[in-house]
Structures are given as C-alpha cells and as structure tokens.
Ligand binder design. Sequence first.
Ligand SMILES: [Zn+2]
Length: 241
Amino acid sequence: MLRYEIPPQICKTLINNRITKIIRRGKYLIFLLNNQSAVLCHLGMTGCFRISRDYVKRKHDHFIMGLKNKQIIFNDIRKFGFIKLYKASDIFSCSHLRKIGPEPLSENFNISYLKEKKLRKVSVKSFLMNQYNVAGLGNIYCSEILFDSGIFPEKNFSNLRLEEYKKILKSTKKILNQAIKKGGTTIKDYNISDEKVGYFKNKLKVYDRYDMTCFRCKKNIKIKKIFQNGRSTFYCVKCQK
Ligand SMILES: [Zn+2]
C-alpha cells in the first residue's frame, strides 16, 4: 500500500498498450499510453524508479511495468509515493496538477509572473517552496538559489526589489541547470540511470554546511541554519541580506 491504493484496473490498462510519452510536471511523472490513459506517479519521500533487464525482487518494490525486454520498477521504502490512473484528457486538470505553478526552467517563470505574485506576504523561501507558485523546487535547491542570489531567506517576498526578483530568476535557472548536468542531489533515491547520478551534492554551496565557513565571503563567517515551515534553511548572514 502506497499513499493511495494502486488502482487494480491499472494492470489491465497497461497490458497490451504502449507508453507513448513520459512527461515530468513539478515533482510528478506522467506516463501517457496509446489508449488515451495516463499513469500519474509521485515519488513521495523515498520513491524511485529503476530499470532492470532481469528483474530481481528488492524489498519495497510496489509496482512493476513489464516492457518488451525490460522492467520499470517503482520502489518506495516510506510509502509516501503513489500511482494513479487517469484519462489522458483529464490529467492536467486533476487535483494534483491543476494548480501547480510554472516550471522554473520555462519562459513562464519570468519577471512579470513574479511581479504578479508580489502580494504574497510570505518569506521568499516559503514562496519558492510552494509548488503552486513555482513547480517542484525542493528544499536543497531553495537554499542554494537564495545563497546564489544573495537574498536572506526570511525576507518577505512582497518586499523584494525588482533587482532581487531578477536575481532569483537568474539563480534558479543557473542552479537547476547545473544540478541537472550533474545528475541531481539524491544519490540514494534515483536509479534510473547508473551514470552521473547525484553528483550535484558535491557542488552544494550552502545546504548542509551548518557552522562551516562560507564559500563566498570566506571571512570566517559560519553558515547558519534555521527552520522555516519545519524545513531546514542554510544561509550566510554576510552574503544574504
Ligand atoms: Zn558569506
């Protein structure tokens, strides 16, 4: 049992149909099938997919899609992930995806969009963490983006200057592109490809560097750690105002 029960009719739907496309939206994966169905997946906290040519059962395997000569396996230790089935025509209006904000690397995440959201009286970190404002930015990346843009994470989003919105956009695209190149940050959770997985972890400038010297100012200033909405935030008092 995952977060929701895997719909029993999913097997019937998958058998004898083809996956025509796989789309990512925020932190969701969508498998589109040739019979106009869509399988929606969320990895939750510890979910991962692995591809195998010769399936060997591992603990916490919940779901296996058999392809011609390989298998796509969904494994989830803590079971916060889920798999649901929709009609393809309904997928983007479903409750999970309907309200998700623009993709951070898309052109829709731009200065006029941020200005439009300016009335949000929340901290800039909370703003970025909310997927209704911008899709799929995780906790690690939010700390890194704000460090790169030199903005104090508890600063109120509505009080930012135009220049700061521009910095956020620039840093978001920069950090995410670097991370994608390096294969992300979570070595243990992703098994899709064996190459270049999780090496961005070694490039983190502020996240998980509590009490260490700041890479940027190098003035013996130690990185601080605070909690915002129950999640850890790391920042430099000197570099982030
Ligand atoms: Zn610093």
